[in-house]
Design a binder for this molecule. Structure first.
Ligand code: ATP
Length: 203
């Protein structure tokens, strides 16, 4: 059987249990050798709330430190210029043994948006997608799969996970309002957020 590697891209601003739950479920259900967390560089279409990309990276490091099959990669942080997922997968493929298959992990909202991604057909041609359930519009996901026709049916796989109605946006709001985020964000990450006073300022 081919080696299967999970790829989990995100802004992780900050990383939370919604991310960790779907990464672990994907690892198990798809027999992935490991899951590679790839924090994005600062992207113009997402407001990064003045959190340095290396801080987002470090929070992922802290969150996955105790899981031997979770690994982090700085591949997107170090790249100059816009980074497209298709380029990231290509780079990973160049470095991996030829029989490696890549599985990109994403929540339903990301898969619903896939038709708007640049080079999306090239991306689906080069890797599989694991679409993890997240509260939201299911019909939009179905439309996205239909949009890609046979390629979508072959390459987009569904994964049922416990649905957690949380997002980094919601958590940033809680932190700013001095509300507890205990159990929603791993403890070492909460300590780091506190120490650095992240998400407190005006944004
Ligand atoms: P933000 O609120 O800042 O937009 P986010 O919580 O959606 O952030 P990202 O880092 O943008 O987090 O997400 C990375 C990936 O994780 C995306 O594919 C997203 O769909 C998925 N994801 C995030 N939160 C959840 C969740 N609660 N359940 C399932 N998937 C999730």
């Amino acid at each position: 059987m081919a080696r299967r590697i999970g790829v989990f891209g995100g802004s992780f601003n900050p990383i939370h249990i919604g991310h960790l739950v779907i990464a672990e479920a994907a690892w198990q259900e798809f027999a992935l050798e490991h899951v590679l967390f790839i924090p994005t560089a600062d992207t113009p279409n997402k407001t990064m709330h003045h959190i340095d990309k290396y801080m987002r990276y470090h929070m992922v490091e802290l969150a996955i430190a105790d899981n031997p099959h979770f690994v982090i990669s700085p591949i997107e942080l170090e790249r100059k210029g816009p980074s497209y997922t298709v380029d990231t997968i290509r780079l990973l493929q160049e470095e991996a043994p030829a029989d490696t298959e890549f599985y990109f992990i994403a929540g339903t909202d990301a898969v619903a948006d896939l038709p708007t991604w640049k080079y999306n057909r090239e991306l689906l041609a080069s890797c599989h997608f694991i679409c993890a359930s997240r509260p939201g519009d299911v019909e939009k996901v179905r439309r996205s799969v239909r949009y890609f026709g046979a390629l979508g049916r072959q390459k987009i796989h569904f994964l049922r996970t416990p649905e957690l109605e949380i997002s980094s946006t919601i958590l940033r709001g809680l932190i700013r309002a001095d509300r507890s985020v205990r159990y929603l964000i791993p403890e070492p990450v909460i300590r780091y957020i506190r120490e650095k006073q992240l998400y407190k300022g005006a944004w």
